[in-house]
Design a protein. Structure first.
Length: 486
């Protein structure tokens, strides 16, 4: 089995990071381009942790519709108490993302491996799926109050899974929770699974969604998306064969029209080629599988995202990454469906040498497409984090560059370097999201501006600890908000 996203996290070096000397420059500071009104970018690391130099990769975000001030976020962030701590932290904000603090409430020693989360229907309830340290078992968790210091309640646990991905839906009786995951204990190598709870996490049932033969497992990414009419879509990689490090895969979408409440869920979307559940959006694509620094010090092989228009569940957006030809490392593709996944467009967007695609659809129909792309080569290479917005299914789009940072520094501590995913959501007339990137306080790196909570010195581009000493550049999570298109 390939346990992809829990690998390589060296917990023994949580507290080990050296300060580096920072050199000044006589060159004038480049002036940023004109900024878009209403855009915010905020570094999540609080001032009390100004001296930290950890690789806070693979961020995620949860929002409360009922209270726009409340948010929760996560990353590979260690408990400040050290690796022997019995809990790991989650970030919380009660002012709409302008400031963030830590709550050490996750039952995991020091930090977690993979973690995602989603809100309950009543704020501030939060559901989370984590790979717990040690051993990386799945823990499906619930907090009645995400701001409470109490450890989250364990609702379900089992071993041999990878990359839990949580989505929720509120109904009158109880929250519904959908956890997409790769379950290595599934029979016949059909590991694509959704854990479904219809009672607020009190009970879960594992639903297998792969109906075709695999090479022994599916890809790590199993991604649910839920509309307000309780239509649930799930995207996954149907791994069919492998030659060397290249996996031949189908890109598959399943659908359930009643919130997975029936006895045989996720069978409402059938492919015309074989009449099996699961629409084959793309077939026999090449997924380059690399658990080594391959693209801007990042590993590749797991990029997948799906989003549904919450108010109009016939409109769906899908993005994934594969190797399109000999000139690319990893290319992100974006396609759309306007008939509930029955038919799909060709590529509306292709972005070479990119990863971490995330999709969201705003209430007015504006679609958001977040991704991180490596540009340039060698020491001049950069990670560019970009949000594209479109009102016409990406026939046209407008984009916002959120970060434009060096790709070669800092040197990776573990993999993933910036993450196997980031996060994008929509609420009202704004997109809200999260990404990880080089945290050097240089205005040229953040064209829309950036706000730090941790101590920084912008004129000298230095991070500072509590005593004012220089701190080495590292990877931090950044929250952002961007208006939708009118």
């Amino acid at each position: 089995m390939v346990v992809y996203c829990g690998m390589g996290i060296q917990l023994s070096i949580v507290a080990a990071a050296l300060c580096v000397a920072c050199q000044g420059s006589d060159q004038p500071v480049p002036q940023p381009p004109t900024r878009l009104a209403g855009v915010r970018v905020v570094d999540l690391i609080p001032r009390s942790l100004s001296g930290e130099t950890w690789q806070d990769a693979e961020p995620f975000l949860a929002l409360y519709d009922s209270n726009p001030k409340l948010m929760a976020a996560s990353a590979f962030t260690p408990n400040p108490g050290g690796s022997t701590s019995a809990t790991a932290p989650i970030f919380v904000s009660n002012d709409g993302g302008d400031s963030w603090t830590l709550r050490n409430t996750l039952p995991s020693e020091g930090m977690t491996a993979d973690i995602t989360h989603a809100v309950g229907g009543s704020a501030p309830v939060l559901y989370a799926g984590i790979m717990k340290v040690p051993g990386f078992p799945l823990n499906e968790l619930k907090a009645s109050d995400v701001f409470s210091p109490a450890t989250m309640t364990l609702q379900s646990s089992r071993p041999d899974i990878d990359q839990p991905f949580v989505r929720t839906a509120a109904v009158a009786s109880a929250d519904r929770v959908y956890v997409g995951l790769n379950d290595f204990d599934a029979p016949d190598g059909r590991t694509a699974t959704v854990d479904v709870s219809l009672d607020g996490g009190a009970t879960y049932r594992s639903r297998r969604i792969e109906t075709r033969g695999t090479l022994g497992q599916n890809g790590p990414s199993i991604r649910p998306a839920v509309a307000r009419d309780h239509t649930v879509y799930v995207a996954y990689f149907g791994w069919r064969s492998q030659t060397g490090s290249d996996v031949t895969s189908d890109v598959v979408v399943v659908r359930d029209d009643s919130g997975a409440t029936g006895t045989a869920p996720f069978k409402d979307l059938v492919d015309p080629s074989d009449h099996l559940p699961g629409r084959l959006v793309a077939t026999r694509v090449t997924i380059p599988w690399s658990n080594a620094p391959t693209l801007g010090q990042e590993r590749i092989g797991s990029t997948l995202s799906i989003a549904v228009n919450a108010l109009h569940s016939d409109t769906v957006y899908l993005a994934w990454a594969d190797r399109a030809g000999t000139g690319d490392i990893y290319t992100v593709h974006l396609r759309t469906s306007g008939d509930r996944g029955v038919t799909w467009s060709g590529d509306r967007r292709t972005v070479t040498n990119a990863t971490n695609a995330s999709l969201a659809v705003a209430a007015n129909g504006t679609a958001g497409f977040l991704y991180q792309q490596v540009t340039g080569a060698g020491d001049a290479s950069r990670w560019v984090t970009r949000l594209e917005r479109s009102r016409d299914g990406f026939a046209t789009h407008q984009d916002v560059v959120l970060a434009h940072v060096p790709a070669t520094t800092p040197t990776f501590q573990f993999l993933p370097y910036i993450g196997d995913y980031n996060g994008l959501l929509a609420r009202g007339n704004v997109f809200l999201g999260i990404f990880s990137a080089n945290n050097a306080p240089d205005s040229a790196n953040f064209p829309q501006g950036v706000v730090y909570q941790r101590r920084v010195d912008f004129p000298t581009h230095r991070l500072l600890d509590g005593s004012g000493a220089a701190v080495a550049v590292s990877i931090d999570p950044f929250f952002f908000s961007v208006p939708v298109l009118p």
